[in-house]
Design a protein around this ligand. Structure first.
Ligand SMILES: [Zn+2]
Length: 146
């Protein structure tokens, strides 16, 4: 259909069209060369992410990683999805992201905090979803009583 010029990558909830001969590592290597640096941390959960691990100082895969990533021996985080990404960042920083003055999150407006809470409900898959939903509901109820 594309004459071999494009590779179709079907993901979870998305489909990517990638020029043949290119992968995520191609882009990352080009960016590193342009910036004159190295890749300090690579995080990925599918076989399409394998090229980004080459040359990275620290490589991590969230617990939801597919068989290709697991077979490659990439160290897994305890958490899945965004929770795993947070743990991978902690491996780079040496502390939990947001726990020092340098990387602490700004105080968010209540509506912004609520939106971030909704977006983060599935940050560790279904694990902890009930707790996060209850906390978000309580925070929203508290805010609405003011
Ligand atoms: Zn910090």
């Amino acid at each position: 259909m594309t004459g071999g010029a494009v590779r179709v990558v079907v993901g979870a909830g998305q489909t990517d069209f990638v020029p043949s001969g290119m992968d995520k590592g191609t882009g990352l290597r080009a960016l590193s060369a342009r910036l004159g640096g190295h890749v300090a941390l690579a995080v990925g959960d599918t076989g399409e992410d394998l090229p980004v691990f080459a040359g990275a100082v620290i490589s991590r895969a969230p617990r939801n990683a597919d068989d290709a990533v697991r077979a490659a021996g990439i160290p897994l985080t305890r958490g899945s999805y965004q929770s795993g990404l947070t743990q991978a960042c902690a491996a780079l920083l040496g502390h939990r992201p947001g726990s020092c003055p340098l990387c602490r999150l700004p105080v968010l407006a209540p509506r912004t905090a609520a939106l971030c809470g909704v977006l983060g409900l599935r940050e560790n898959g279904v694990r902890g979803l009930a707790t996060r939903t209850a906390l978000l509901t309580a925070a929203t109820a508290t805010h609405n009583r003011r």
